[in-house]
Design a binder for this molecule. Structure first.
Ligand code: DGJ
Length: 720
């Protein structure tokens, strides 16, 4: 037990600064660390000491609300960030400031760490704030350490505890389900706690992602207002508490969901929380999301500053019904289309219980000899002969009860031994808390790559949530069942870490029956994600728009399919706003459609760098207008690609009122040219019309969508 004295006279002030913003922490008389300021940074940092402390411990008020990491069971009776039971059964925790330091990783990245200690018990918490100066992004996490003799039990162990002072708070959060992902709702936060959470385990984001935007004073627009974009980098259960306190200030606590997740911490062990990542802007959501995109591409996403391949996927073209001949034809189709890669989807494996539908075979990762008598190796070679790369689908975390794997290793499956099994899509998650299962999952990928070194792409799926959370492994190894939700995710990251150590570059798509799993921890290992199985392009205009607040276009897989009623051009234009792929029967395309698609792939290849690495400007919001418009502008302002879509059919026409473009150089002239024209149609835009950047950004421009041309892609190129 530590009993150090922590008294001091002068408050310690710790500013966590980026280029534009500051989070200022300060100790109070009792050495508790609170947040005294969040927002635009002051030009004279010495003035931070004039900011009044937010500590309020009078009139029977509930302790200090603004704690930088709220403990539980002592002076604070607010929603805690850290709640635990000590080795002796005592549930009280106090955290006082001990020390802090800032380490510079390079000119742009610094880490401030602040040590807090319980004066009575040997529990220590280090708060970490990693700042990305130019991008105005902060990544925050904590390390909790115990030196108590007996294990401590962590009940709630959040990643971030922030405090905001504003007139009002508007929270935009997202809800959805399969094929209906990312429906935004904005609400004024009122007194009490608003919770965003998931208890779904494996496919944690199915109903709600751990990403939100929070506007201060009034709802922010794309170009105006104070707004924070926040997201938790964790592929499991999460909980975010937004509490408007009795002073109308806002407490935010975000982290792993404590639900059924008490976690033991042995002596000298450390628990590192996942990262909470946020950016703040005084100039609206557009600037905030561009900052997040730049950060993500540079520091987070695997190969974020690289490029992506176009592909042909066979899922909707064949579902489970294919054989070698059919696939060879599809390789040729892919080649004809001009894409880089063929992606073989579900259905290629399992023999005793063949994977001919979604009821059997998951877990048995041997080629189905009826469909593929010559194995994957043969397919890879055939594809290569045709001049196309080969990629493959796996769902390695899952098992069908009808499988050899289930028969052999029922104890590897997450299920309650005494209760009926409960399925989603006829399957169950494997128990990734078990190191044997981790090895098995790693082995699936390792075997595929070792036997077929030319496999060029992986789609990693995950189609079931976690019911009946119980681990035979944790039971046998005398660990706690309440570790399962957390240890599952840790196990998953261990596997991905090992895969990336051996195969650092191979592109992988993060899929979870759609957007059931996308976050910035997983995206360390994946190059892109599958936003939704819903590929109706009209729906995708909205979904991709919402995802774009948090994830740059280079991460969003978008395929041209037969979903929806929109013409091929519309479907293609929408898919071009992300990593373009196709999931159609190419041989069913008529001559004109094929020609259009071939040209579209070539056009896309010539502009995709601007889409992947450029700045995104959302110009006309489809939720509020009959049409949508957005543009990607190259950093050096030499080129931009503008997309516009008719989304409302009430008037049948979009507006012809010019809307202001952004991201161009006002002093330069630009040539405007329509791309992706359907064969034998003429552009409604005047050929090679020149406008100044000033004109385009002041008066504006509208390529006009209407019932006769429902989508438009425009290239804007600097001429002088
Ligand atoms: C769900 C995915 O979202 C689909 O794209 C497809 O891969 C199927 N699983 C295959 O079972």
């Amino acid at each position: 037990m530590g009993t150090g004295s922590f008294a001091q006279n002068q408050p310690t002030i710790i500013p966590i600064e980026t280029r534009r913003n500051a989070l200022v922490l300060q100790t109070d008389k009792e050495n508790h660390l609170g947040i005294i300021y969040f927002g635009k940074k002051l030009s004279q940092s010495a003035e931070y000491k004039s900011i009044p402390s937010q500590s309020r411990q009078h009139d029977g008020n509930a302790g200090i609300y603004n704690s930088a990491y709220t403990p539980s069971g002592t002076w604070s009776v607010s929603e805690p960030a850290l709640q635990l039971t000590h080795g002796d059964g005592n549930k009280s925790l106090d955290l006082v400031y001990v020390s802090h330091k800032t380490t510079k990783e390079n000119d742009n990245v610094s880490v401030t760490s602040i040590v807090l200690k319980d004066p009575v018990y040997a529990v220590e918490v280090t708060l970490f704030y990693k700042t990305y100066f130019q991008e105005n992004v902060v990544e925050q996490w904590n390390v909790i350490k115990s030196e108590e003799k007996n294990p401590v039990t962590l009940q709630k162990y959040a990643s971030a505890n922030l405090y905001f002072i504003a007139k009002d708070y508007y929270l935009t959060h997202y809800n959805g389900t399969w094929a209906k992902e990312m429906n935004p709702e904005e609400e004024l936060l009122t007194a009490g706690i608003r919770v965003l959470d998931s208890k779904l385990g494996t496919r944690a984001n199915l109903f709600q992602p751990p990403s939100f935007s929070l506007s201060f004073d009034k709802p922010a627009t794309e170009t105006e207002g104070k707004v924070l974009l926040g997201t938790l980098a964790w592929s499991g259960n999460f909980k975010m508490d937004f509490e408007v306190d009795s002073y109308h200030n806002l407490r935010l606590i975000a982290g792993i969901n404590p639900y059924a997740s008490e976690y033991p911490l042995a002596s000298k062990q450390e628990f590192k929380t996942p990262s909470f990542i946020y950016t703040f802007s005084e100039n609206g959501k557009g600037e905030a999301s561009r900052n997040l995109h730049i950060w993500a591409r540079k520091y987070r996403i695997l190969d974020g500053e690289g490029t992506r391949m176009t592909l042909l996927n066979n899922w909707e073209a064949t579902y489970f019904d294919f054989n070698e001949d059919k696939l060879s034809e599809l390789f040729k189709d892919g080649k004809k289309l001009g894409v880089d890669l063929f992606l073989l989807d579900d259905g290629w494996f399992a023999n005793k219980y063949p994977r001919n539908n979604d009821q059997a075979g998951l877990g048995d990762w041997q080629e189905n000899i009826k469909k593929l008598p010559h194995g994957i190796g043969y397919l890879v070679k055939e594809a290569q002969k045709t001049g196309i790369k080969f990629g493959i689908w796996v769902e390695p975390e899952m098992v069908n009860p009808k499988s050899e794997l289930y028969e052999k290793h029922p104890d590897w499956v997450i299920k309650q031994p005494q209760r009926p099994e409960h399925y989603m899509r006829n399957q169950l998650p494997l128990d990734l808390s078990n190191p044997e299962v981790q090895n098995f999952v790693y082995g699936i990928l390792d075997k595929l790559f070792t036997e077929n070194p030319d496999i060029a792409y992986i789609k990693w799926d995950c189609n079931a949530i976690t019911f009946n959370a119980y681990s035979a492994y944790l039971e046998k190894s005398k660990q706690k069942q309440s570790q399962l939700y957390v240890d599952y995710v840790k196990g998953l990251y261990k596997v991905l870490e090992k895969i990336r150590a051996k195969y650092p570059k191979i592109p992988m798509m993060l899929c979870s029956g759609g957007g059931g799993r996308v976050d910035y921890e997983a995206l360390k290992y994946f190059t892109e994600f599958w936003p939704s199985d819903n590929t109706d392009p009209l729906e995708r205009v909205f979904m991709q728009w919402e995802y774009s607040y948090f994830f740059p276009a280079i991460t969003q897989s978008a395929h041209v399919t037969d979903w929806g009623k929109q013409p091929l051009k519309f479907r293609t234009d929408v898919a071009m706003m992300g990593r373009l792929g196709y999931d159609i029967v190419v041989s069913h395309l008529n001559e004109k459609d094929l020609k259009f698609s071939q040209e579209a792939v070539a056009t896309y290849n010539s502009v995709k760098d601007v889409i992947f690495q450029g700045d995104l400007f959302r110009l006309v919001d489809p939720k509020k207008n009959d049409y949508a418009a957005l543009m990607f502008a190259a950093k050096n302002k030499s080129k931009a690609i503008l997309f516009s879509y008719l989304v409302g059919n009430r008037n049948g026409d979009g507006s012809d009122t010019p809307f202001r473009l952004e991201g161009l150089d006002a002093s330069k002239n630009y040539k405007v040219k329509e791309l992706n024209l359907y064969p034998e149609t003429k552009s409604a835009l005047k050929e090679d019309q020149i406008y100044s950047g000033e004109y385009l950004m002041t008066v504006g421009f509208n390529p006009i969508v209407n019932a006769r041309r429902t989508s438009v892609v425009v290239e804007i190129t600097v001429v002088n």
